[in-house]
Design a binder for this molecule. Structure first.
Ligand SMILES: [Zn+2]
Length: 305
């Protein structure tokens, strides 16, 4: 039974940047907060209902280090609850709502909040449009309300803001490709199979999720954050418009992510990406992660003065 469950879970459209990617983005942001934003963000994180059970699971004695670790953990929380039975998946046809627990705005896993599918139809297939709630509607909502809503709601929203802002910088969270041969779409690259560097068959989506590596340790995260911010310093462009973040991602989908052509591969016969593709994808991932980190800091500094 366990095996069956694992297969079902793997078959579902996946996460986004993996935990490593999200932790890097939040580390870049946290280290660039103003003292006012810092204080407010730390208060909100401490007010989250899962703070003492999950966010501080490997509690550090130093309070500043503990606050930073909790903020980094919070960025992964929307993915963590995918496997938490306190929560339900509202997209399953037979879903059963779980009881609302104290402190939570909702027990839904909100699986559609992680992406906004701008349709890409390179061979003229008829696309389906995604209806809200999605990443764009939720980012817009949170960017309007997070600094003025009641503390419990802001505490619930903050991990989502950290997470979704990061997600939409992963190009495959901004599109679904529709082909005549795949008329229902590829679910953000989840139905396209490519060979990983290790020779395994993985989805195109997972390939992009893992481009920042798969080591979520503080050491690896801090090293990656230092290296990308040195390589790609913050520019003066701090567009705080989520629609623009998504359009940038979509542009990369058209120019680079699907540059291998109209193939979809199969689990048994994955597409083989060129060394040039792999090198370019790594550059894009590094740029997008740095930018997401700067923008998360800018948004929080703007809203928590
Ligand atoms: Zn996500």
């Amino acid at each position: 039974m366990k095996v069956l469950i694992a297969i079902i879970v793997l078959a579902l459209p996946a996460a986004a940047w993996n935990a490593t990617g999200h932790r890097i983005i939040s580390a870049i942001a946290y280290d660039r907060l103003t003292p006012a934003a810092w204080a407010k963000v730390d208060d909100l994180i401490r007010a989250h209902p899962d703070y003492s059970t999950l966010f501080t699971a490997d509690a550090l004695t130093d309070s500043a280090a503990r606050a930073r670790a909790a903020f980094l953990y919070a960025s992964t929380w929307p993915d963590v609850i995918r496997g938490d039975t306190r929560f339900y998946d509202e997209t399953r046809p037979d879903f059963v709502q779980t009881p609302l627990l104290p402190g939570f705005a909702s027990m839904s896993r909100h699986v559609t909040w992680h992406y906004y599918d701008i349709p890409f139809a390179p061979d003229g297939a008829k696309p389906t449009l995604q209806s809200p709630p999605h990443a764009l509607s939720e980012l817009r909502r949170m960017l309007v309300h997070i600094s003025s809503e009641p503390m419990a709601d802001a505490a619930y929203d903050l991990p989502w803001l950290e997470h979704i802002l990061g997600d939409v910088h992963q190009p495959l969270h901004a599109t679904t490709r529709f082909l005549k041969a795949q008329p229902k779409g590829d679910a953000g690259g989840n139905f396209v199979f490519v060979a990983s560097n290790a020779g395994q068959s993985i989805t195109l989506h997972a390939y992009w999720d893992n481009l920042a590596g798969t080591d979520p340790s503080d050491d690896a995260v801090s090293k990656f954050a230092a290296s990308v911010t040195a390589e790609y310093p913050a520019s003066s462009d701090f567009s705080l418009n989520p629609n623009r973040w998504l359009k940038e991602s979509f542009k990369l989908d058209r120019s680079d992510v699907y540059s291998f052509g109209l193939g979809t591969g199969t689990k048994d016969q994955p597409l083989h990406l060129s060394a040039e593709y792999d090198a370019r994808a790594k550059v894009i991932a590094r740029q997008r992660i740095a930018l997401a980190g700067y923008r998360l800091a800018a948004v929080l500094n703007e809203h928590f003065r």
